[in-house]
Design a protein around this ligand. Structure first.
Ligand code: NAI
Length: 330
C-alpha cells in the first residue's frame, strides 16, 4: 500500500523503514496532519499520523475525498480523532494500544526523582563550581503516600516501581483491577486520594470525564505542597488552576511531560522562536516546575514496537480490510 506518513522526524523514518522492509511505499512528510495539509496525502490509500495531528471532521473529509480508507495512528491515545466523522467518511482508525508501558512509567519516575532531589539544578551548579546545597533539599520517597490516577498498563508498571521504593500507594480508577489490589494498592475515592497523597501521578486517558481532573477544586482538596506529575495528556489538568496553585504554594512542585496546548509547541526545535503561549511561558519561570516535551514514550524498545505494530495494522488492513487494532466508537 501507499502510505502518507505525517509529522515525521528522522527517528520515525529510521524505525518505520526498518519495520517496513520495503513491503509498503511510505511517503514521509514533516508537517503535522490537519485539513490544510491533508492534500499532501495525494494518491496514498492510507495515512499514518501521530499524537498532535488534528484529525477533525474537515481533515477527515479531505482525506476521504482523496481515497484514504485507513488512518494508522502510531500512538495509543486517539483523543485527537473525531471518531464520528471518521465513521461518516468510511475511514477506519487503527492505533498501537501498547508499545512500552515501561518507557512512560520509567520517565515518570525520572521526573519524580529529578524534581524531588533537584538533580537538574545540582548538575548546573556543580558545573559552575557552586557546591552549595541551599535549595536542594528533597524528601525520602520511602514511606510516602503516592496517588496513581488510572491503573491501566502504565499505571500498573508505575505502581510496581513505587512499591519497590517502599511507598504507600493509593489508586483511583472506575475499573478496579484485582491484580493491582494484590500488590497492596488501595483503591480509594478521588477525594481521599487528593487528601492523602504526597505525590499524585496521572495515568488515565483524556476523556470528557478526565478533562481537567485536576482543577481549582481538586487542588484545594490536595495535601498542601503536593507534588503533581502528568505524563498522560495535557488536558487532564487545568493549567491556569495549576499556575494559581503553584503561586500560592498549594502545589509544592509540578512535573509535566504533556501540556494542554502542546500541539503548537512540541516535537520541533523552537529555540529561535518567541513563545507566544503565555501560560506555557509562565510555567517555565517556576524553579519547582520540571517539563519535558512529550518524551515519555521515547525509548528504542517503544519506537521499535510502535513501528512494527503500525506496519502490522497496515498489512492486515491491506489483506482483510480491517486493521488488527481498530479503534471502535464507544
Ligand atoms: P490504559 O488504557 O491501559 O489505562 C488507562 C486507565 O485509566 C484504565 O485503567 C482506565 O480504566 C483508567 N481511567 C479511565 N477513566 C478514568 C477516570 N475517570 N479516572 C481514573 N482512571 C480512569 O492506558 P495506558 O497505556 O496505561 O496509558 C495511559 C495514558 O498515558 C494514555 O491514555 C495516554 O494519554 C498516556 N500516554 C502518554 C505517553 C507519553 O509519551 N507521555 C505515551 C503513551 C501513553
Amino acid at each position: 500500500m501507499r502510505v502518507a506518513v505525517f509529522s515525521t522526524t528522522s527517528y520515525d523514518r529510521r524505525f518505520l523503514d526498518a519495520a517496513n522492509d520495503h513491503r509498503h511505499e511510505l511517503d514521509y512528510y514533516e508537517p503535522s496532519l490537519s485539513a490544510a495539509t491533508a492534500p499532501l496525502a495525494g494518491k496514498a490509500q492510507a495515512v499514518c499520523a501521530f499524537v498532535n495531528d488534528t484529525l477533525d471532521a474537515p481533515c477527515l473529509e479531505r482525506l476521504a475525498e482523496g481515497g484514504i480508507r485507513l488512518i494508522a495512528l502510531r500512538c495509543a491515545g486517539f483523543n485527537n480523532v473525531d471518531l464520528k466523522a471518521a465513521r461518516a467518511n468510511g475511514i477506519m482508525i487503527a492505533r498501537v494500544p501498547a508499545y512500552s508501558p515501561h518507557a512512560v512509567a520509567e520517565h515518570t519516575l525520572a521526573l519524580i526523582l529529578t524534581l524531588n532531589r533537584k538533580t537538574h539544578r545540582a548538575y548546573n551548579r556543580v558545573r559552575e563550581g557552586n557546591f552549595s546545597l541551599e535549595g536542594l533539599l528533597g524528601f525520602d520517597l520511602h514511606g510516602k503516600t503516592i496517588g496513581v490516577v488510572g491503573t491501566g498498563k502504565i499505571g500498573q508498571v508505575m505502581l510496581r516501581i513505587l512499591k519497590g521504593f517502599g511507598c504507600n500507594c493509593l489508586a483511583v480508577d472506575p475499573y478496579p483491577d484485582p491484580d493491582v489490589e494484590a500488590l497492596g494498592v488501595r483503591y480509594v475515592s478521588k477525594a481521599e486520594l487528593l487528601a492523602q497523597s504526597h505525590i499524585i501521578t496521572l495515568h488515565c486517558p483524556l476523556t470528557p470525564e478526565t478533562h481537567h481532573f485536576i482543577d481549582e477544586a481538586a487542588i484545594r482538596a490536595c495535601r498542601p505542597g503536593v507534588m503533581l506529575v502528568n505524563t498522560s495528556r495535557g488536558g487532564v489538568i487545568d493549567t491556569r488552576a495549576v499556575i494559581t496553585g503553584l503561586k500560592s504554594g498549594a502545589i509544592g512542585s509540578l512535573a509535566l511531560d504533556v501540556y494542554e496546548e502542546e500541539s503548537e509547541l512540541f516535537f520541533r526545535d523552537r529555540s529561535a522562536e518567541i513563545i507566544r503561549d503565555d501560560l506555557f511561558a509562565r510555567l517555565l519561570t517556576f524553579p519547582n516546575v520540571l517539563m519535558t516535551g512529550h518524551q515519555g514514550f521515547f525509548t528504542q524498545e517503544a519506537l521499535t514496537n510502535i513501528a512494527e505494530i503500525t506496519l502490522e495494522n497496515i498489512d492486515v488492513f491491506a489483506q482483510t480490510g480491517r486493521p488488527v487494532h481498530v479503534v471502535e466508537m464507544a
